[in-house]
Design a protein around this ligand. Structure first.
Ligand SMILES: [Zn+2]
Length: 63
């Protein structure tokens, strides 16, 4: 099962193998909700629901 690093506590988080970008997983270590923001490699970011404070950062998306 693939893993990624939790941005909140730096622990490895198991991510389902068929997860897609935008899926939300929970960190077993700190309980944070994490959104899958990249798949190769898997990257996680804190999921803040409808909070759109990050709008200014999305221009830097690389794909
Ligand atoms: Zn965590």
């Amino acid at each position: 099962m693939p893993t990624a690093v939790c941005p909140e506590c730096d622990e490895e988080v198991y991510v389902d193998a068929d997860s897609e970008q935008g899926d939300v997983v929970s960190c077993d270590e700190c309980g944070a909700d994490l959104e899958v923001v990249g798949l190769d490699p898997i990257e996680l970011d804190l999921y803040e629901g409808s909070n759109d404070l990050d709008d200014d950062l999305e221009e830097e998306e690389r794909f």
